[in-house]
Design a protein around this ligand. Structure first.
Ligand code: UTP
Length: 226
């Protein structure tokens, strides 16, 4: 029997956050291993601080956007390698493309980025569309989508749900620069729309909220509607 697929995109900002410690990783490990008994789980890991640090210093040296994206990709793979070591029952070699990833038979598949021109949000959306995933969860360092950037605007309003068209209208579907930090990148938004991927945004540091999404309970975060 084929298990349903859950795709979880975990921001590098969650993996390398000052707010998470070894207890988070223990809890995360237990959660994912348990989840993988019922679902096939794809974990797509972002580059976080490591990516941004290399991208910032490389940009000052005049590296091209392609070169900066590539440094970002290597950072995501380093973080993915950390997670795959943590999770005993996952792949150990990090796949470099979506096609390679979906061939892996382990019940947990961990990967980072693939090619320049997008973030890991797009990689997760591609895996979700190709595997016809039950849900695509974007676990980041904010608790959902806001009407404006909550880190800059204290009066920003949290949106429990938002339509994919509203997001595309606001942010567009293109990729601008390496290391751009937005909740969901443009190419991923387009993929979510084109394949009607059931997508949820949640604060990945709060594993209980991720569980609530999977158990189809109410949760603090954002549902992206058609
Ligand atoms: P992330 O996916 O981590 O982007 O990739 P992000 O959204 O900026 O960060 P977090 O993880 O949520 O904090 C980091 C950078 O690596 C390059 C891009 O430059 C991206 O900004 N990248 C990543 C690619 O070019 N292709 C990929 O498939 C993935």
């Amino acid at each position: 029997m084929n298990k349903d697929v859950i795709v979880l995109s975990l921001g590098g900002s969650v993996v390398l956050s000052d707010d998470v410690d070894h207890l988070f990783f223990e809890e995360f490990k237990e959660f994912i291993q348990k989840l993988s008994k019922k679902f096939k789980v794809f974990l797509i890991i972002g580059g976080g601080k490591t990516a941004r640090t290399y991208i910032d210093i490389g940009r000052k040296q005049g590296f091209s956007e392609y070169e900066l994206d590539y440094l970002g990709i290597l950072s995501t793979r380093l973080n993915a390698s950390f997670l795959s070591t943590l999770l005993s029952s996952s792949n150990k070699l990090i796949p470099e493309s979506v096609d390679e990833a979906i061939q892996i038979t382990d019940s947990i598949v961990v990967m980072g980025g693939t090619s320049p021109g997008h973030s890991t949000d797009f990689v997760g959306a591609c895996i979700a569309s190709k595997t016809n995933a039950k849900m695509y969860i974007i676990a980041t360092n904010v608790d959902g989508v806001y009407d404006k950037d909550p880190r800059k605007h204290p009066d920003a309003k949290h949106l429990p749900e938002v339509s994919i068209d509203a997001l595309l209208d606001e942010y567009g579907n293109s990729w601008n620069v390496a290391g751009k930090n937005m909740v969901i990148d443009g190419p991923a938004l387009q993929q979510i729309k084109d394949f009607s991927i059931p997508t949820f945004v949640v604060d990945g540091r709060n594993i209980n909220e991720v569980k609530n999404i999977i158990e189809e309970k109410s949760f603090r975060g954002t549902i992206i509607k058609k």
